[in-house]
Design a protein around this ligand. Structure first.
Ligand SMILES: [Zn+2]
Length: 270
């Protein structure tokens, strides 16, 4: 096996006043607070440093009514990573909270699924319900990167380096991909929005922003199949991530958690 990677979740924003009705299909009976956190993720190993998603900036936070807690560049700097030096960015999908900060990574090439570019630039975007989480500028900036030879397209599953691979899931968006990473605890899966919250996948209650509900539900199973343990599937927006995994340094609590280390309370999840 390849040398294990270090993997971090970096929280940059929050949507506090959100309720379960907005996060689960068919949850009308038990509506209550269900805040979302916003993350980017970092995998660091012998093959290099891989950034998973790029987050949004303060202008987008204001436009969408989200709270920017720590700009993405600062969060990366806290882990000793210079955004300007990042060479590989994986875009799980192009929703506004995953594909912004366009100028922050001038040295990076962007890994994207064929299906995601087709989805975000084609017929489906004529439906307001399907384009609500996309921003035209994010998509246009990615098209510009295509013309600048800075996008690497993938059609389905692909290994980027030994112990780090992409997996096409679909569901949430047509080209939604997840990242499988070899760690000292086994195979870890960064689900991004293939599962927003632990409860979406553990209870079979899908998130309402969705292109294909059936693919999303099947995707939940795929996530668990790709991971060595269920607690190595990391959802995309769950505030519990920063409670279940510890910061690499106490000074970084609330900003980042080391996902390849043992979770709080050992290897099990309540
Ligand atoms: Zn998201």
């Amino acid at each position: 096996m390849p040398a294990p990677y270090e993997v971090y979740a970096i929280r940059y924003a929050r949507h506090a006043d959100r309720t379960a009705r907005q996060n689960f299909i068919g949850d009308d009976a038990h509506d209550g607070p269900s805040p979302l956190d916003f993350f980017v993720w970092l995998a660091r190993g012998e093959a290099g440093t891989f950034l998973v998603d790029t987050g949004f900036d303060d202008a987008m936070a204001a436009r969408r009514g989200r709270d920017l807690l720590t700009p993405v560049a600062e969060g990366l700097a806290a882990l000793g990573v210079d955004a300007g030096a990042v060479k590989d960015v994986i875009i799980t999908h192009m929703h506004y909270d995953h594909a912004g900060n366009h100028a922050l990574f001038p040295a990076a090439r962007y890994h994207l699924q064929d299906d995601e570019m087709a989805y975000a630039t084609g017929r489906w975007m004529t439906h307001a319900a399907l384009r609500q989480a996309y921003t035209a500028d994010d998509v246009a900036e990615m098209v510009r990167k295509v013309f600048a030879d800075r996008v690497v397209f993938h059609a389905g599953d692909a290994e980027l380096a030994p112990g780090l691979s992409l997996h096409l899931i679909g569901g949430h968006t047509q080209g939604m991909q997840v990242v499988r990473i070899w760690t000292r605890r086994g195979w870890l899966v960064l689900a991004s929005d293939a599962a927003h919250l632990y409860a979406n996948m553990d209870e079979g209650r899908p998130f309402p922003i969705v292109h294909d509900v059936a693919a999303m539900l099947e995707g939940h199973r795929t996530l668990k199949r790709l991971a060595s343990h269920d607690d190595l599937v990391i959802p995309g927006h769950d505030p519990l991530v920063l409670e279940r995994f510890r910061p690499p340094d106490p000074a970084l609590a609330g900003l980042t958690a080391r996902l390849d280390a043992d979770p709080v309370g050992g290897g099990r999840r309540a």
